[in-house]
Design a protein around this ligand. Structure first.
Ligand code: XUL
Ligand code: CO
Length: 437
C-alpha cells in the first residue's frame, strides 16, 4: 500500500516551473565544476525528524497526520514506517538517509529484546536499501531520550549508564556495518552539565574520550570502515554541552588522541546557538582538516533554541557551498537535512515541500557559489589583502627565516609600518550581491 498515493516522483522542471512538487534548481545529473549535483550534495533525509517527528511541543501533543502509523509502536509498525520512509525518499530522489537506533525500532523490556527488535527492522532497512539503491550516510545511537541517561551517557556519574551506552553503540556500529553505512556520528546528547557544583568536569570529559576510543577500537575490530563524526552543539539539552563548537571539539579530539579518526559534522542551527555563523564553523573545521559532513537546517534568531527549520535562504546555502567547495567538497560526508516541518504543517505533502525547498535552495546556492568561484573577484580581493605575505618580509616570516631580534632590527631600520589599506568590506559585500540580484 502506498503511503503517498497522490505523489509521483519529483522531477526537475527548471527555474520557471510553478509546480510545487517539482525541482526548479536541483537537477541531479547537472554538472557543476566537473561534478554532478547529486555528488556535490549527497543529500540525506533525517529519519528522526521526517519519519518520527510528531509536532509535539511543551504546550501540546503531536499534530502530524501519518496514515502509515499504527496505534501501537511495535516492530510491525516500525516496519510499515520503513516502507513509507523509503517510498518518500525514492519519490524525493535522495541518495542517503541517517538514523538513530531508536528511531527505527522500538525499545523492548530489556537490552536483549531491544536488540532483537532492532535486528528485525534492520533486515527490512537492508531490503529497502537494496530495492531502491538508497544508502546509509551515517548511523548513530540515541543516548539521551531514555531516563537511564538523565545524567548523560558516556559522561554520567552512574558507571552503569556508561556501560549501557557502550552496549548500545556496539550494536549501532554492528548495524551500521551491516547496512554498509558510510559513517557514524557522535552528537553530545546529554553529555554536558547543568550545575558545576555537582559535576566533576575533568572526570566526565575523560570518560567521554574513553568512550569514543572504545567505539573507534570496536569499529576496527569488526571492520567497520565508515568515518566517525563529532557534532558540535553548545547548549540544549544541557546548559554547558562538552561539544560546544568546532574549536572546542577539535581541541578535545586532539587532546585525547582522537584527531586522526574523527571529523566534524557541522549543523547550521548549532553554530548559531554557539554565537557563530555556520560558515565560521565550516571554515574552522575545514582549515584544520576536520570537515566531514553537514547537518543542514536553519534556526530563527528571534527564538533562542534549536528550531531545526528547513534551509530556504539562498544567501545561507551559497555561503555554505563556497566553504565546502573551498575544501574540495564531501568525501564520506553529505548534506543531511536535520530539519523538521513546523507543528502547523501536519500533512504528509508538507514533508515533500520542505525537502524540495531545501534541495532547491542548496542547488541555487551551488550555482551562485560556482559563479563566484569562476569569476574569481572574491579570491582576488582576498589575495590582495594578504599581498604583504606573498613576497619580501611576509614570505620570509612564513618560511621561518625570522625571530624577534631580526624583526626588531628590520623595524628599527624602517621606523614604522607601511600605511594600512582599507578592508573594503562594503565593496566586497556589494560585489557579492551582484551574484544574488
Ligand atoms: C540534535 C541533533 C541530533 C544529531 C544526531 O540537536 O542535531 O539529531 O544530529 O544525534
Ligand atoms: Co544534527
Amino acid at each position: 500500500m502506498s503511503a503517498f498515493p497522490d505523489i509521483q516522483k519529483i522531477k526537475y522542471e527548471g527555474p520557471s516551473s510553478k509546480n510545487p512538487l517539482a525541482f526548479r534548481h536541483y537537477n541531479e545529473t547537472e554538472v557543476v565544476e566537473g561534478k554532478s549535483m547529486k555528488d556535490h550534495f549527497r543529500f540525506s533525509v533525517a529519519y528522526w525528524h521526517t519519519m518520527r517527528g510528531t509536532g509535539g511541543d511543551p504546550f501540546g501533543p503531536g499534530t502530524m497526520i501519518r496514515p502509515w502509523e499504527g496505534k501501537v509502536d511495535n516492530v510491525e509498525n516500525a516496519v510499515s514506517r520503513v516502507r513509507a520512509g523509503f517510498e518518500f525518499m525514492e519519490k524525493l530522489g535522495v541518495p542517503y538517509y541517517c538514523f538513530h537506533d531508536r528511531d527505527v525500532a522500538p525499545e523492548g523490556a530489556n537490552l536483549a529484546e531491544t536488540n532483537k527488535n532492532l535486528d528485525a527492522v534492520v533486515k527490512v532497512l537492508k531490503e529497502e536499501q537494496g530495492r531502491t539503491g538508497i544508502k546509509l550516510l551515517w548511523g548513530t545511537a540515541n543516548l539521551f531520550s531514555n531516563p537511564r541517561y538523565v545524567h548523560g551517557a558516556a559522561t554520567s556519574p552512574n558507571a552503569e549508564s556508561f556501560a549501557f551506552a557502550a552496549a548500545q553503540v556496539k550494536k549501532a556500529l554492528e548495524v551500521a556495518k551491516e547496512l554498509g553505512g558510510q559513517g557514524y556520528t557522535f552528537w553530545g546528547g546529554r553529555e554536558g552539565y547543568q550545575c558545576l557544583w555537582n559535576t566533576d568536569m575533568k572526570r566526565e570529559v575523560d570518560h567521554l574520550a574513553k568512550f569514543m576510543h572504545m567505539a573507534v577500537d570496536y569499529a576496527k575490530k569488526i571492520g567497520f570502515t565508515g568515518q566517525f563524526y563529532f557534532e558540535p552543539k553548545p547548549k540544549e539539552p544541557t546548559k554547558h554541552q562538552y561539544d560546544f563548537d568546532s574549536a572546542a571539539c577539535i581541541n578535545f579530539l586532539r587532546a585525547y588522541g582522537l584527531g586522526d579518526c574523527v571529523k566534524m559534522n557541522i549543523e547550521t542551527n548549532h553554530a548559531t546557538l554557539a554565537g557563530h555563523a555556520v560558515e565560521h564553523e565550516l571554515d574552522y573545521a575545514g582549515s584544520q582538516g576536520f570537515l566531514g559532513s553537514i547537518d543542514a537546517n536553519a534556526g530563527d534568531l528571534l527564538l533562542g533554541w534549536d528550531t531545526d527549520q528547513f534551509p530556504t535562504d539562498v544567501y545561507l546555502t551559497a555561503k555554505i557551498m563556497l566553504i565546502l567547495m573551498k575544501y574540495g567538497g564531501f568525501t564520506t560526508g553529505g548534506l543531511n537535512f536535520d530539519a523538521k516541518v513546523r507543528r502547523e504543517s501536519f500533512e504528509p505533502v508538507d514533508l515533500f515541500h520542505a525537502h524540495i525547498g531545501g534541495m532547491d535552495a542548496f542547488a541555487k546556492g551551488l550555482k551562485i557559489a560556482a559563479a563566484i568561484r569562476a569569476e574569481g573577484d572574491l579570491a582576488r580581493m582576498l589575495k590582495d589583502r594578504y599581498a604583504s605575505w606573498d613576497a619580501g618580509l611576509g614570505a620570509e616570516i612564513e618560511s621561518g627565516m625570522h625571530g624577534f631580534e631580526s624583526l626588531e632590527k628590520y623595524m628599527l631600520a624602517k621606523g614604522d609600518v607601511t600605511p594600512n589599506v582599507s578592508g573594503r568590506q562594503e565593496l566586497i559585500e556589494n560585489v557579492m550581491n551582484r551574484y544574488f540580484f
